[in-house]
Design a protein around this ligand. Structure first.
Ligand code: ATP
Ligand code: MG
Length: 238
């Protein structure tokens, strides 16, 4: 399997605080990989760095065969990398339909193709179709998460970075969103998933990394980690 993402000895600081202290991990094309860990472990910092929003102090990120530091953050979307941030980051004062159009801003394949993809998203999340002309900020948390994921997919990414998609949502909505995430991956998108809900993440993904204090503490097949005593005690509440 070809790696779409390769991270080597990544270090990231906020001023004097070193949040990421040397991370090594990779994601293969078509894989679903989870990054789990406690509050403050460095999960969001890692995703933001991958999305070009933070500049590493050391290390190397290779995305789709290109050294990442040479790509500007606005170009990363064009290169095929999309982040759904913690808190979703939709445009609350724009309608659902306008948010989806914004997600396609980097595309050059024309309005007909974009409109067809908006319809495809509406097929995946009928809730969004019903609310196409509603202001995004007036929707429920679950609907906003559906929109955030759909908007990211409108950019036709090769790699989707999801930061805590389950946060603040009722279990039934989380189930629906994760079902869709699995379908999206089947359709050819690679996924790097950050979740505090470690159980859900390990049940969804094929492999996972446990991050602790800015370092990888454990890694392996998701199934093995689900049955790992250390993981169960620290992250699965068992
Ligand atoms: N803007 C910032 N300025 C200073 N320190 C920060 C900033 N953002 C995060 N940190 C620190 O960096 C470390 C990693 O934070 P990060 O947000 O990456 O953790 P996380 O794993 O995403 O946590 P959570 O599960 O709570 O979202 C923490 O110690 C945090 O306090
Ligand atoms: Mg976080």
């Amino acid at each position: 399997m070809k790696n779409i993402l390769q991270v080597r000895d990544l270090k990231v600081s906020y001023g004097a605080i070193q949040a990421i202290k040397g991370l090594d991990f990779h994601v293969g094309e078509g894989e679903m990989v989870a990054l789990i860990g406690a509050n403050g472990a460095g999960k969001t910092t890692t995703l933001k760095t991958l999305a070009g929003l933070l500049t590493p102090t050391a290390g190397q990120i290779t995305f789709d065969g290109k050294v990442h530091s040479k790509i500007k953050s606005y170009d990363l979307i064009r290169e095929g990398l999309a982040l759904v941030p913690e808190g979703r980051g939709i445009f609350p004062k724009l309608t659902v339909h306008e948010n989806l159009e914004m997600g396609a801003f980097s595309r050059t394949d024309g309005n007909a193709a974009i409109e067809a993809d908006i319809e495809r998203m509406f097929g995946v999340f009928p809730r969004l179709k019903e609310r196409a002309f509603q202001l995004a900020g007036t929707m429920s948390g679950g609907e906003q998460q559906m929109l955030a994921i759909s908007r990211a997919l409108m950019g036709k990414p090769k790699l989707l970075l999801l930061d805590e998609p389950s946060m603040g949502l009722a279990p039934i909505i989380v189930q629906k969103i994760f079902e869709t995430i699995r379908e999206v991956v089947k359709s050819g998108v690679t996924l790097l998933l950050v979740e505090q809900n470690a159980k859900l993440a390990l049940q969804t993904c094929q492999r996972a990394y446990v991050i602790d204090g800015g370092r990888i503490a454990l890694e392996g097949k998701a199934d093995d980690l689900l049955h790992n005593e250390q993981v169960q005690k620290a992250y699965l509440g068992e």
